[in-house]
Design a protein around this ligand. Sequence first.
Ligand code: APR
Ligand code: PHB
Length: 389
Amino acid sequence: MKTQVAIIGGGPAGLLLCRKLMRLGISAVILERHSREHVTSRIRAGVLEAGTVRQLHDAGVAQRLEKEGLEHSGVCLSDGRSAFRVNFRKLAGKPVTVYGQTEITRDLYDALDNDGADIRHRCPVVEINNTDTTRPNLRYLANGRQHVINCDFVVACDGYHGVGRKFLPEHRKRDFEHCFPYGWLGILSETPPIHGELIYSRSKHGFALASMRSDQLSRYYIQVAAYEKPENWSDEDFWTEFRRRLPPADAERLQTGPSIEKSVAVLRAFVCRTLRHGRLFLCGDAGHIVPPTGAKGLNLAASDVHYAYNALSDYYLNGNTDAIEAYSGLALGRVWLAMRFSWWMTNMLHPEPEQSSFANQLQEAEFDQLRKLRSMQKVFARNYTGLPY
Ligand code: APR
Ligand code: PHB
């Protein structure tokens, strides 16, 4: 079988790239390891930068986002006793939009169904070959049998645990990695969120985040030991710990209810040295993982897709390969800026286990600077709402 662009992974990156390519008449096929139900049932963050919203509009998949997305003009930060707000509109001139990644994935699948897209589920890719030539190919399994797809380009949008990175030549790989000594225990509950905007709380008991999916669906997190297990936490235990990490006024408003989802996220930072070798591209989590504090994961997947799409469309429409050569440097430039912000925010808001009192004082000083300095809040607002592409 032959296609122009073979995409590995049916998550947000793979789906959005496929949609954009098909709208330009470039043929693409998506190989997805799991079933569609599995992919569309994953609970993931959805704080969208303005650039991501624009991407989704341009791809013609923002109809539901326009109706159901919640525009947030700021975010609250607290030390567990009191809170202050960073005003995005005043300091960065734009909002963020809260709209679950699960919904984005569903919207993309619906649009691709209308396009008659070739998306093959339960088809794990096991091999990528000849990426140094103009005729790469990939091998995937379907019903236990191997199949080959010949193509012009392979774009691995297959996430952190995918195969794409494995087929970069060793001399081109040098991974950068940092693992945080704590994780996030998150729950989803059909309760009204305690506040109309997100609250990041750095209490003496540990970090907590109050987020949401809608005005009737709350998404809450507390910092826990690295590799903690969700089954070690009853709902009651979670609510007690979550409540004591919030400013009193917000703790008062907290409405609890049964968790409909409970999971632990490991906090890691990872960047692959290059996001392209020959005709093999990496996009999204396949090439980098940011700690979730800055809500950058999905937004970086969107900007990678923007750069990869521009490179591929320039090649097919104009025979120009400059943007292909520039892809990795461009995408990684934005990744590292988002990584810096997410790393800084994570370190400021999370007391480390056995942290020295000196380190604690430094965190408090950093937090107080942010509370008092408009210039620092302006830098925060520009990064959180999304730096330019
Ligand atoms: N063959 C086919 N599909 C694969 C393979 C493989 N060998 N390995 C992984 N996949 C699929 C996974 O099943 C998953 O559906 O690739 C997809 C990768 O999707 P994501 O992990 O969602 O990554 P991405 O599309 O880059 O989106 C990044 O998702 O994980 C969140 O926080 C992250 O919000 C960010 C967003
Ligand atoms: C979420 O709503 O899941 C969420 C929001 C903001 C973050 C991380 C996760 O920084």
